[in-house]
Design a protein around this ligand. Structure first.
Ligand code: NI
Length: 261
């Protein structure tokens, strides 16, 4: 691997308690593996605050702030005001992760929709892109996005799950597609097809750690260093070298989240 190429893990929950005990080692291993930038997304207010704190403490870390659909029932004006304050930090690169989750339905669907819409508007006002979470809610998520397209600066479908038809819709709307560890699983033929059809300039690589560990770490705690396995599999599917794909996905991450990365 060319040491001049910085790999960016665009979605890593280093603010998760599972990293509390050995965070310095996790970050050192990432840097040793060529992962020079890590975006840590918030999913509720404590994790959003923690993401910003990490970004202030570690040069290689950048943050996103937002309220996940799981926590949408708690979204109110006070939360919105604090998100705006947190986003004043120059290392906050997006609002997210936000969206809909009809798999778990931890918050009532009307609350999920309201929090999603309000945070899309908040991101638009701040001129920040969005990190989208969609689980068993793809068409509803697109419906919400399509009513607001003219205001949206940009966004990524984090851990994209859907078929090629849906991917086409997402790409036509201008969004990026996030590829994660499960692309390395035998059963993930659909995800490999999506990656194959997705133009390389619209792909991002992420771990979503501590979850979704790629082979050969499946079932163990995931961490940013393992984004290499995602890169390797995506490169294989696209018939590119890992170096080429690392360079392209890093360029994509900067195009979406800003050159400060
Ligand atoms: Ni996540």
């Amino acid at each position: 691997m060319n040491p001049d190429i910085t790999i960016i893990d665009t979605h890593a929950h280093l603010n998760d308690p599972k990293f509390a005990a050995d965070l310095d080692n996790v970050i050192a291993r990432a840097n040793d593996a060529g992962v020079g930038r890590i975006i840590v997304p918030g999913y509720d207010m404590p994790s959003s605050r923690a993401a910003v704190e990490l970004a202030k403490r570690y040069e290689c870390i950048f943050a996103t702030v937002g309220v996940h659909p799981h926590d949408a029932r708690n979204y109110d004006d006070e939360v919105a005001d604090e998100l705006i304050k947190l986003a004043q930090c120059a290392k906050v690169v997006a609002i997210g992760e936000i969206g809909l989750d009809f798999h778990y339905d931890f918050s009532p669907r009307p609350d999920q929709r309201r929090a999603f819409e309000l945070q899309i508007d908040l991101a638009a006002n701040l001129k920040l892109p969005i990190v989208i979470h969609s689980r068993e809610s793809n068409s509803e998520v697109m419906q919400v996005l399509e009513t607001r397209m003219s205001n949206i600066v940009g966004g990524v479908f984090h851990f994209f799950s859907g078929d090629c038809d849906f991917a086409r819709r997402v790409l036509d709307a201008g969004f990026y597609i996030g590829a994660d560890g499960p692309i390395t699983y035998k059963s993930s033929e659909d995800q490999r097809k999506v990656v194959e059809m997705c133009p390389s300039d619209r792909l991002l690589v992420e771990t979503d750690c501590p979850y979704l560990s790629p082979v050969p770490y499946r079932g163990k705690r995931n961490e940013p260093a393992y984004v290499r396995y995602v890169l390797e599999e995506v490169a294989r599917v696209k018939g590119m070298t890992v170096e080429e794909l690392a360079e392209i996905t890093t360029r994509n991450a900067k195009a979406l989240f800003g050159n400060g990365l």
